[in-house]
Design a binder for this molecule. Structure first.
Ligand code: GLP
Length: 248
């Protein structure tokens, strides 16, 4: 696990962009994408690079991690909308090459889990971008999720709904109660993983991921079993680690 501590969010985003840009040199890059505020700086850099340097996404394929259940696909807080607003509309990616679990209908959601996992399995993700929840979740794999989980339906924990209420007029009751998410095993199949965490409210989760026991109480701790993971932190998120820059 490589841990890089940066001065600030801008530097974290720059480091993440460098890693993504390497993968974009391939003929048919396959990107694993995340939502949340953590990757937004990276996505801005991808859009700027597309405009400035003509980097094309015509042959790029993407798979997202998760989606809320029960929100219309085009609801302003769906992850479908998030990805279009923050990345897809700013680059020349083909809509048919982007994949996001379809969570609009509660009926048939178990079939959607199987369908998504099957589709995902046909590809090998070159780089998977991740954020981390303040309770150590990755994608929507909450504490207690088995390490061998595949795409599944999850009930969102109170802390996660509280954290995400900021996107729903600060009203926790508007935050969906369930989501569809890639499982931990699905995520671990990626060739390379880049996790972004910034801000003091991530410091405990970051500490548990890197220094705690590897177990289901901190889903992100599974990443220590992967052979190519880079953790990009700002100083606030790294504050409990007491290291500068290290290769573990
Ligand atoms: C949500 C997403 C995760 C994300 C996490 C942290 O729960 N499902 O994929 O990593 O929030 O979000 P943020 O980056 O906004 O702190």
């Amino acid at each position: 696990m490589k841990i890089i501590i940066c001065k600030n969010y801008e530097e974290v985003s720059r480091e993440a962009f460098k890693l993504v840009k390497e993968v974009l040199q391939k003929d048919r890059p396959i990107l694993g994408l995340a939502t949340g505020s953590s990757p937004v700086g990276l996505y801005k850099k991808m859009i700027a690079d597309h405009h400035r340097n003509g980097t094309s996404y015509q042959s790029v394929i993407t798979f997202n991690l998760d989606e809320y259940i029960g929100l219309p696909q085009k609801h302003e807080q769906s992850y479908y909308s998030f990805m279009h607003e923050n990345l897809f509309d700013g680059i020349d990616i083909k809509e048919e090459n982007t994949h996001i679990p379809f969570g609009e209908n509660k009926e048939g959601i178990e079939e959607e889990c199987l369908r998504y996992e099957e589709e995902l399995k046909q590809y090998e993700i070159d780089v998977q971008i991740l954020g981390i929840g303040s309770d150590g979740h990755i994608a929507f794999n909450e504490p207690g999720t088995p390490f061998d989980s595949l795409t599944h339906v999850v009930k969102l924990e109170g802390q996660t709904r509280k954290d995400n209420a900021r996107f729903f007029d600060d009203n926790i009751h508007l935050v969906p109660t369930h989501a569809i998410t890639q499982g931990l095993e699905s995520i671990m199949r990626a060739k390379k993983i880049v996790l972004i965490a910034t801000g003091e409210n991530k410091a405990d989760a970051v500490y548990a991921m890197i220094r705690g026991e590897i177990n289901i109480d901190c889903p992100a701790s599974i990443l220590r079993k992967h052979e190519d993971v880079t953790i990009l932190l700002d100083e606030a998120a790294a504050k409990r680690l007491e290291i500068n820059e290290t290769n573990e």
